[in-house]
Design a protein around this ligand. Structure first.
Ligand code: GAR
Length: 362
């Protein structure tokens, strides 16, 4: 057996090597990714990337940043093993490890002649910071197309499907997405724990790092992650964030997604991948009072009753097919806070009931 060799190069070594290549009129290509379960799609992608220049450096996310990006259970292999496996490929010349979620600092240190990104990325998915940096460095950006049917998520999901050794068997898998206090997500978690909902919580995710939704889920020992919404205006997720949500939900092999006060528009690949399997709870009797602060809208309109609605999510704002509604009265002397609390009480009863019934049909 040969001795352990560390195949990871330092940024300084690679930066120096880049200078040497340039002096010889050669071009260095850089790409980055997780690469924790190598498949033929990766091999072809890396070959294509290498062919664009004279040398290829692959920057891989550190183990810690993979867990942060992809959720618990990832990476499949450690960064040291990933570096060794990648270096064994003909196309790969060096591997560096970076600890941040984004590769911006690595790009800056290496100053590659060509940068490639693969999969379902578009040049627009790169954050402004990365694009501006590469424009400044004169780095050419190349987006390489995805190899159909070969992705790490698909591989993991095939593997999970063939693995019947999971403790919870074949129970439907629910994801909870929320941004705030978390009373609805808590009600669903409690209903799962009590057996009212015969499912398991596969993932809890939020666009807000320190919200009640994540705090409670973590206390319960559930897989709970924060996914950056990106820099788009309030209520929007960037394309890159949509992709990250989709990747995480796919990796968690989710059957049903319950939005629990998730204050971002669900769109793009999240919607196309999970359409018909995403539920939302809204604090009004839709189609009345869609959007934000529905309780305030009801009071301002002088309504004598309001309530809450569970509906499927479509591409509109609170427009999807209605599944169930629950009414509550608005009394003349009610404060907005009292109306909000009354609606919330109704939500905490109705949402778990609806989820239990839908899950039973899965
Ligand atoms: C709930 O009242 C939910 O209906 C509302 O956010 C609140 C979240 O509370 N959702 C919307 O307004 C969606 N348009 P929670 O964090 O305590 O579950």
């Amino acid at each position: 057996m040969s001795a352990e060799v560390d195949y990871r190069s330092s940024l300084a070594e690679v930066a120096e090597w880049r200078e040497q290549l340039e002096a010889q009129g050669q071009k260095l290509v850089l790409t980055n990714g997780v690469f924790d379960l190598l498949h033929a799609g990766h091999v072809r992608y890396l070959k294509e990337a290498r062919a664009l220049g004279d040398a290829l450096v692959v920057a891989i996310n550190s183990d810690e940043s993979v867990t942060e990006l992809k959720g618990p259970g990832r990476p499949v292999y450690t960064e040291q093993d990933r570096a060794e496996i990648l270096c064994a490929l003909e196309a790969v010349d060096r591997v560096v490890v970076f600890g941040e979620k984004r590769a911006t600092a690595t790009i800056e240190a290496i100053q590659p002649h060509i940068y490639t990104k693969g999969g379902d990325y578009t040049a627009d998915s790169l954050i402004d910071e990365e694009r501006e940096l590469m424009e400044r460095l004169g780095t050419e950006i190349r987006i390489l197309s995805l190899v159909a049917g070969r992705s790490t998520s698909a591989t993991l999901s095939r593997q999970a499907m063939s693995d019947d050794s999971t403790a919870s068997g074949n129970k439907p898998r629910i994801a909870l997405l929320g941004s705030g206090t978390g009373s609805n997500s808590r009600a669903i978690i409690e209903a799962v724990q009590s057996g009212q909902i015969d499912a398991e919580i596969a993932l809890v995710a939020s666009d807000v790092a320190d919200c009640g939704v994540l705090t409670y889920a973590k206390e319960q020992g559930l897989p709970a992650i924060h996914i950056e919404p990106g820099t788009e205006k309030r209520g929007r997720l960037t394309d890159a964030a949509c992709k990250e949500y989709t990747d995480k939900l796919k990796a968690a092999r989710v059957d049903l997604i319950c939005l629990c006060g998730f204050m971002r528009i669900v769109r793009g690949p999240i919607l196309s991948t999970f359409e018909g399997r995403i539920l939302n709870i809204h604090p009004s009797l839709l189609p009345l009072f869609p959007g934000v602060d529905a309780w305030q809208q009801a009071v301002d309109a002088g309504a004598t009753e309001t309530g809450c609605t569970v509906h499927y999510v479509d591409s509109g704002i609170d427009t999807g097919e209605i599944i169930r509604q629950s009414k509550v009265p608005i009394h003349p002397d009610d404060t907005v806070a009292a109306v909000k609390a009354r609606i919330n009480d109704a939500e905490l009863v109705m949402y778990p009931e609806v989820v239990a019934e839908l899950v039973a049909k899965l």
